[in-house]
Ligand binder design. Structure first.
Ligand code: ZN
Length: 556
């Protein structure tokens, strides 16, 4: 038997065939893939060569071909497996680019691709409280509306837009705005009647009252697509120009982060923890609209032990639920609803912690200063771009600097900054002038990064698949966090804002701008981005302009 094998012409073929297959995968698929995600290509290629040498050694050195050949095949297959498993685990590879090894998955993806190629094709499942919305008959005008609605949702999902808006741009037309990492990008425009049909279709699918085109309505819709399901929170309301729609994907995800995942510097994190442990007085949580205030408020609330302390909130629209926390929804349309009255009645029940998600009016501000602040912590969310501005806003709302000053025990303010895409960011040497502007000693930092947007695939520049060419991937908060002690309280009571500013400066905690610069020096954001967010205070330079503010306060 052994002799027969030795003479068999099949033996060399049996050895060479697996090698050809392996070499083809390594040199075409894997090498291109490694270049695309900026893996260490050379290290990988060395690894593949070591595996190949081991495979050859196995087949040559084994006493018996029947043992050596299977070992050789196992080594080659193992090499391919190791790469596939490790690349799937790498953070640089976005979720929808991960390789799947389940046949059902592969089939579903192939079908989804096929469906996507045939344009004007319904490919989503829209599931509301009443079940999956029926697909209109093909060739009907309703079918076209459905396809248009799906196009908006699919573009949002594929472009990593967490939020999008469909709203009037002029008398006759509507436009879609995709918010990608907090920056608006213009999507398609369409005639008003078409847009209204799209909004109506989505409202119906989400189980909203389609006849009511004025009142603000909020409902969740599950968007199902081959291989995935996304929760989409839809908000519709009437505006001066007509009905408008806002969609937010996975709203509860944005309030799931813990305190140490928000972007605070280490010293700010310690300061925030000290504020939380103090458990007395009013603490302001400030940010502009959509600058991450709700995430911070929820993270702070989650840092209180909801089992040993009574934690409650008052919110216009609770974004999520925190275990053990009582979320009180305030409905301004309810008969006789008064925010301040609601807050007062909750305070009467002696909660340990109360969060007012958004300061709605002066009466509520006054109410917070009248609480038993030696035994109660009240968090007040408000719209301000910095810690000092937040204090000023609160003092003005209370209308009595002494009362406001006595109540305050802390303040946080924040903005969101975009993080550079790790797959395509470009290193450069900062000039001494630039470092000076950033407040850094010359020579302290040798390299900074700016956005790329492109990668080289086989030596040809191509749009970065990770960020789709925007150069940024994800956002982080940049903060100001200050405890307010007796010295600061006295300064606020005496309306000495200049004194307050210098008292806070003495604490050597970063301002929003300094926190942003730190992130640029760490190489995770760009100097351009630091300038963009810190220059946005006045006037707002956030392209494109936001829709007219709805009657109810925005949450961020
Ligand atoms: Zn990129």
């Amino acid at each position: 038997m052994q002799g027969l094998f030795l003479l068999s012409p099949w033996k060399p073929i049996l050895v060479i065939l697996p090698f050809i297959g392996w070499a083809w995968v390594v040199s075409t698929i894997y090498d291109k893939d490694a270049a695309r995600w900026y893996f260490k290509r050379q290290a990988w290629n060395t690894g593949h060569m070591v595996a190949a040498a081991a495979a050859v050694a196995a087949v040559v050195l084994a006493p018996n071909f029947l043992i050596g050949w299977p070992v050789m095949v196992l080594i080659l297959a193992g090499d391919l497996m190791v790469y596939a498993v490790l690349r799937n685990k790498d953070d640089r590879v976005p979720e929808h680019h991960k390789w799947s090894f389940s046949l059902a998955d592969l089939k579903a993806r192939a079908e989804a691709r096929k469906a996507a190629k045939q344009q004007k094709h319904v490919e989503l499942g829209l599931r509301g409280p009443g079940g999956v919305a029926p697909v209109p008959a093909k060739d009907s005008p309703e079918y076209e509306v459905r396809v248009l609605a799906e196009r908006i949702l699919i573009d949002a999902m594929e472009g990593r837009a967490v939020r999008f808006e469909l709203r009037p741009v002029d008398q006759q037309n509507y436009g879609v705005i995709y918010m990608i990492d907090g920056v608006g990008q213009a999507g398609p425009t369409m005639p008003k009647d078409q847009a209204v049909k799209v909004i109506t279709l989505l409202k119906a699918a989400a189980g909203m009252d389609v006849k009511d085109v004025r009142r603000k309505q909020v409902a969740d819709l599950a968007v199902e697509r081959a291989g995935g399901r996304h929760v989409l929170r839809l908000t519709t309301s009437g505006t001066a120009g007509g009905m408008a729609l806002r969609g937010q994907f996975e709203p509860e995800e944005q309030v799931k982060r813990s305190l140490d995942e928000l972007g605070l510097t280490d010293d700010q994190l310690a300061e925030a923890r000290a504020i939380i442990d103090d458990r007395r007085g009013v603490v302001l949580i400030a940010a502009g609209p959509f600058e991450g205030r709700t995430s911070t408020l929820y993270a702070v609330l989650r840092s209180h032990d909801a089992y040993t302390t009574n934690v409650q909130t008052v919110e216009l629209e609770p974004v999520g639920m925190i275990e053990g926390v009582r979320h009180n929804k305030f409905d301004p349309l309810e008969e006789g609803a008064e925010y301040a009255t609601t807050v007062r009645s909750i305070l009467r029940r002696d909660p340990d912690v109360l969060a007012i998600a958004e300061l709605p009016d002066q009466a509520t501000a006054v109410e917070t200063t009248r609480a038993d602040l030696e035994r109660t912590r009240i968090y007040v969310g408000l719209n301000a771009e910095g810690a000092l501005a937040a204090v000023q806003t609160f003092v003005k709302a209370v209308g009595d600097p002494r009362a406001a000053g006595q109540a305050l025990h802390g303040v946080t303010a924040q903005k969101l900054i975009r993080l550079l895409c790790p797959n395509c960011k470009v290193e450069y040497q900062p000039t001494p002038e630039m470092l000076k502007k950033l407040g850094v000693k010359p020579g302290a930092v040798s390299a900074l990064y700016r956005k790329g947007g492109q990668v080289l695939i086989r030596n040809k520049p191509d749009t970065c698949p990770m960020c789709q060419g925007t150069g940024y991937f994800g956002q982080a908060g940049v903060f100001e966090v200050f405890r307010l002690g007796s010295e600061e309280r006295a300064l606020i009571a005496g309306q000495d804002l200049v004194g307050l500013r210098s008292a806070l400066q003495k604490r050597r905690l970063p301002t929003i701008q300094e926190a942003a610069i730190r992130k640029a020096l760490e190489g995770i954001t760009s100097v351009e981005e630091v300038v963009r967010i810190t220059a946005s205070s006045q006037p707002k330079k956030r392209p494109p302009s936001k829709p007219p503010a709805p009657a109810a306060a925005k949450q961020g």
